[in-house]
Design a protein around this ligand. Structure first.
Ligand SMILES: [Zn+2]
Length: 408
């Protein structure tokens, strides 16, 4: 049962749709692909302006540069915008960590940059993933902060600038924040029918660079060591590691190398992504891959070097996580919302928080579809619906926490 205060807030939030849609459009039309630092700074300045009206403190925490391994084996360093952090009532008994991201997948020159409304759909870059979700956090906290429930919980809102490229810079900071909070709430979009993500796979991005020996294809072909041929063998061996029944996939996604038809190529590179369901699988795959590389290196004479790592550890469904979902389900029922969840192969910051020991639900944002494409949209009716769900969920968490019933 919701408290009368929470019931009142949930009713009041229903009149906020227009403002929430306008704020989402303002954020979404500020195109902010992960490498578009100016775009991200603009989003941060809008969010800073809105959140600072209600939170106690704002911080911009600098993040380290991150490295990209290029086809020729060289390393390119990228700058990252800071992690934006808002905090209120850090001494309250229950501490909640809200997370989200201000970057999108759409590059600076993308033609998808305007928003438009069509029935219940708000089309536009990042409207669902996840600028709409950021506005849900803002609005739910706006209501709660002004109510008597405020004294029962404190929070940190951490908005990362690099989620769409694996949170390479922000992950260590998220892990630190995870350790000082009881529950995590992440605002990635839910499916259009409202279904949330339950268990999530882990993911890692890797590069193998092959260094052979260049030779003229006619004059001394047999003296050469062909980097492409060695890498082709690697590709086939890695493809064989995928195992549908165990939920393991190895996707060789990008391959490059070679210069001319009359030269034995001495350099080639391969980028691949791994998805796993358990940490054991993650470790054992790395061992298998390193053995494959050693074998092929030994008989081909081509040096094979592996770079990269897992960026998102698996987030399995545990009894405690199941209990947290049940609490969300109860909160939803009190609003007439049916809450369901199911496992997914996708991953997000919720994986990193879970690996740091923070129980979290990570698809509390708006309902939407076609994310990461130019057909992306958020469901207009879900903005106030999800803000109310957050209010009801926090009310439920507060009352459970008071009677020692939280699974954390
Ligand atoms: Zn996202």
């Amino acid at each position: 049962m919701l408290s009368p205060v929470a019931q009142g807030l949930c009713t009041r939030v229903m009149s906020r749709s227009k403002t929430m849609i306008a704020q989402t459009i303002a954020l979404a039309e500020q195109v902010s692909g992960s490498h578009n630092l100016d775009g991200i700074y603009h989003c941060q300045s809008l969010l800073g302006e809105w959140f600072s009206q209600q939170v106690e403190s704002t911080e911009y925490r600098a993040l380290p540069n991150f490295c990209e391994y290029l086809a020729d084996g060289s390393v390119k360093e990228h700058r990252t915008a800071p992690l934006q952090i808002f905090t209120s009532r850090p001494d309250a008994p229950l501490q909640l960590l809200f997370t989200g991201h201000s970057d999108t997948v759409f590059p600076v020159d993308s033609s998808f940059r305007q928003c438009w409304l069509q029935g219940d759909k708000l089309h536009g870059p990042g409207t669902a993933d996840m600028k709409g979700g950021l506005v849900v956090i803002l609005e739910a906290l706006r209501q709660l902060d002004r109510s008597v429930l405020a004294s029962d919980f404190g929070y940190t809102v951490a908005i990362s600038p690099d989620e769409e490229i694996g949170s390479l810079g922000s992950a260590p900071e998220l892990v630190k924040l995870a350790r000082t909070h009881h529950i995590g709430l992440t605002y990635e979009p839910a499916l259009e029918d409202g279904t949330l993500a339950g268990a999530r796979k882990g993911s890692g991005n890797f590069t193998v660079v092959a260094h052979g020996l260049s030779a003229h294809a006619g004059r001394n072909f047999f003296a050469g060591r062909n980097a492409i041929v060695a890498l082709a063998e690697v590709v086939q061996a890695l493809a064989n590691l995928s195992d549908e029944s165990r939920g393991i996939s190895v996707n060789c996604g990008v391959i490059s190398g070679g210069e001319a038809l009359n030269i034995v190529p001495d350099t080639a590179s391969l980028k691949f992504n791994i998805r796993v369901t358990t940490l054991d699988q993650a470790d054992s795959l790395i061992d298998q891959i390193d053995h494959i590389l050693q074998d092929i290196e030994a008989h081909s004479g081509v040096k094979l070097t592996r770079y990269g790592s897992y960026t998102r550890p698996p987030k399995p469904m545990s009894p405690d996580l199941e209990r947290l979902f049940k609490l969300l389900q109860t909160a939803g029922e009190s609003l007439g919302q049916m809450i369901q969840w199911r496992a997914t192969g996708g991953c997000c910051e919720g994986n990193n928080l879970a690996a740091a020991g923070l129980l979290n639900i990570d698809t509390l944002g708006v309902r939407g579809a076609n994310i990461h494409t130019e057909q992306e949209y958020a469901c207009v009716s879900s903005f106030t619906e999800r803000a109310a769900l957050t209010i009801a969920f926090i009310d439920t968490l507060i009352s459970q926490h008071k009677r020692g019933g939280l699974p954390c």
